[in-house]
Design a protein around this ligand. Structure first.
Ligand SMILES: [Zn+2]
Ligand SMILES: [Zn+2]
Length: 250
């Protein structure tokens, strides 16, 4: 499968990147994981507006979902050819209500569901196009999920936003590529049940025996080189910083 980093900035966009959004492609199927601030614009560098087959939202913090409001406009008010049929949108409990509230001026209560087929995430495994998707609840102040995406015996694991938790180890076990958040700086920020620092991301990758670690969701106020160095101190495999526009073969 192919992973493209559409946006990787944590908490709010940086001068170089939109917020969290990752395009995963295999067998002609395009799955978008998260659509944070600025991601809808960046997405159009990598595929057509209407080429997505499904969307997975890890949680409902704005930096992971807010550009779904713009995407609603693009699908519902499409100028050429009228509204599009609904694509599956998997998210936490209340995703439809939350996006409708964020948009604030929907013509009627049900119109978002005309272009988005909302489905509520639960821990477990399901089939999505050519992918096997395993969902785990992780440690964050709101209902938040991490994903394990399998295709042709290759595995991509994505942490979403989370503090250290057992579910994340299970999810990342043996992953070929582990896309893991490292929002905090070791020794500087530490709030339980919120985010990981670079050392912790490396520790999860080591215990999970992941092949390769890509650090993401680093906020603009954080020095990414420090988090990269910290992750390298706890994980012996290849580690790099996610960069907007970069594609990986998983
Ligand atoms: Zn976030
Ligand atoms: Zn969050």
């Amino acid at each position: 499968m192919k992973l493209t980093v559409v946006g990787c900035s944590g908490s709010f966009p940086s001068a170089d990147s939109a917020c969290s959004s990752y395009l995963v492609e295999a067998d002609g199927f395009r799955l978008l994981i998260d659509m944070g601030n600025g991601a809808l614009g960046e997405l159009q560098r990598h595929c057509g507006l209407y080429d997505l087959d499904a969307v997975l939202l890890s949680h409902l913090h704005a930096d992971h979902c807010i550009d779904m409001c713009g995407y609603f406009v693009a699908r519902y008010y499409r100028h050429d050819g009228g509204p599009l049929s609904a694509i599956p949108v998997y998210g936490p409990t209340g995703t439809e209500r939350r996006l409708g509230f964020a948009y604030g001026d929907v013509p009627d209560e049900k119109c978002m569901s005309e272009v988005f087929d909302f489905r509520t995430l639960r821990p477990g495994t399901f089939r999505l196009g050519p992918f096997g998707v395993t969902v785990e609840r992780v440690s964050h102040p709101v209902e938040a999920y991490a994903f394990r995406i399998g295709h042709a015996s290759r595995v991509l694991a994505y942490s979403g936003d989370t503090g250290p938790c057992e579910a994340l180890f299970r999810l990342a076990e043996g992953a070929d590529l582990f896309l893991c958040e490292a929002s905090f700086t070791y020794g500087k920020e530490s709030i339980p049940g919120l985010h990981l620092n670079g050392r912790e991301a490396g520790q999860v990758a080591t215990r999970a025996a992941a092949d390769r670690l890509v650090l993401t969701h680093i906020p603009p106020w954080t020095n990414p080189e420090v988090n990269l160095r910290d992750a390298r101190s706890t994980f012996a495999g290849p580690v790099e910083l996610a960069t907007a526009g970069v594609t990986y073969e998983v």
